[in-house]
Design a binder for this molecule. Sequence first.
Ligand code: SAH
Length: 257
Amino acid sequence: MQSSGKGKLYIVGTGPGSIPYLTKRAIEAVEESEYIIGNDFYLNLIKDRLEGKEVIWSSMGKEVERARKCIEIAKEHVISMVSGGDPGIYGMAGIVLEVLEHDGTDIEFEVVPGVTAATAAASRVGSPLSGDYVTISLSDLLTPLEVIEKRLELAFQMDIPVVLYNPKSRGRPDNLSIALSIALKYKKEETPVAVVKNACREGEETTYITLKGLFNNNSYVDMHSVVIIGGAKSRFMNIGERKGIITPRGYERKYVY
Ligand code: SAH
């Protein structure tokens, strides 16, 4: 199906969830749009920017429907599909482009990147990632648990940090315990871990703990958190009163400092 070519579809990353962490391009896209569509949680976070727009509130689990709707509207109008963090990381960009490709609709689109939860959380913790790292989502809504477990087995055998997205929700309270028990097969009990809840937005809270400590009690981890599990070289840092985690990237091999 072809379109008249008048519209445009922005797939916009809204970052971790507060205005200072929205990119300028994301703000421009939202400002240019007549329509804004998204999950109610993320729309609420940018509600100050929605005045005068046609806002289509959707809810979690309705992603395919939402993708179809935004494509339909984009044939004639400028619309922003908002997606938390970066839209290409466990976000809406993939499904929107899959539907677009499947339908053969030729509309103008632009994916606008956003600050993803891993780097937002890492910024709060110091420099826990620094070099190579892995992200794994513990959500088994779209990926079977056996596949997630296999990926965890492989990731924890590497010496690099692992960031867990979607660590817990009402529907899958045990996936985090499963992940941590796999981690303990390969990593030291005292491996530094940070749980960052609501990074760079209201309600931010960071907890430092060891891998074994979190395995013993992870009750405070929720779906608004990411869990950063250090690599073999990661260590707790102490800079004055500031706590955090540093993962040396390797400068110590080449330089004296
Ligand atoms: N596209 C998003 C991720 C969506 S998956 C991004 O790039 O960040 C949803 C998961 O992301 C949540 O369950 C949580 O693990 C994580 N998340 C999103 N925003 C967060 C924030 N501000 N602080 C901590 N974790 C966050």
